[in-house]
Design a protein around this ligand. Sequence first.
Ligand SMILES: Nc1ncnc2c1ncn2[C@@H]1O[C@H](COP(=O)(O)OP(=O)(O)OP(=O)(O)O)[C@@H](O)[C@H]1O
Ligand SMILES: [Mg+2]
Length: 265
Amino acid sequence: MAIIEFNHVQRVFHQNGKEFVALKDVNLQVQDREFVAIVGPSGCGKTTCMRMAAGLEHPTGGSVSVDREVVRQPGPDRAVVFQAFALFPWKSVWDNVEFGLISLGIAAAERKRRIEHYIGLMGLGGYEQAFPHQLSGGMQQRVAIARAYVLDPKVLLMDEPFGALDAQTRVVMQEELVRLARQHPRTVLFITHAVEEAVYLADRIVVMSRRPGTIREIIDVKSIREAENWDQHKRIEDVMDLPSFVHLRTQIWKLLRDQQTGELH
Ligand SMILES: Nc1ncnc2c1ncn2[C@@H]1O[C@H](COP(=O)(O)OP(=O)(O)OP(=O)(O)O)[C@@H](O)[C@H]1O
Ligand SMILES: [Mg+2]
């Protein structure tokens, strides 16, 4: 069953009195508990797609639906994780994670149960009372991810959530997100510039084309991951060495490179 649906989505912006088509005829269905990554050249409209699913932006043509309802505004069924961690600096780790649950009216005992669970899963045990400025970037991003998962939202929208992290922390976060995604499958739309990250995390990868942004190709990773049993490997570097992984990565690189040369000619 499709949970997120983009139907003939178009987005026109006005810049300096001129119209410019940022997105053209985007059609995508993200199935229940499917992890879909979007890759594409800078400026092709990935963030705009995500903002439309979040209800922060509206299409100028077509529609975006979540669970068969056209998205008109932000809602508690959709949790968003941005590149900038966007934690409340004056709240502790615990209070940051709890905030959304209170707005949802979840009872105290249930809040405690869920917060403890996700703080543990994200390796934040012992830091419950710490404030964001006392944490590293990677830890802050773990809080942001715990805060999104704890809401048990129908849909998770992540826009380059690891973009601001150093390479080592990023790898740890990727492994943790894979663990989380396999333990608690959710419907996820995940934007990244990093092809490897997309191949490692996603069930399907949407490759977008340069302006006007549209979907160039959708690649099925899950069937290959399952057939080749990638999940038997705990470490990302072991998965990245597998011939089936390398093959997919190269395929996507080629698609993206075609976009670049398309621009130059
Ligand atoms: N509010 C806006 N007003 C005018 N133009 C906008 C607005 N928001 C986005 N755009 C334009 O739409 C295009 C797509 O932007 P978007 O941020 O979605 O790209 P992106 O694929 O996320 O890029 P990146 O990979 O660099 O994050 C860009 O050319 C951008 O300048
Ligand atoms: Mg973006």
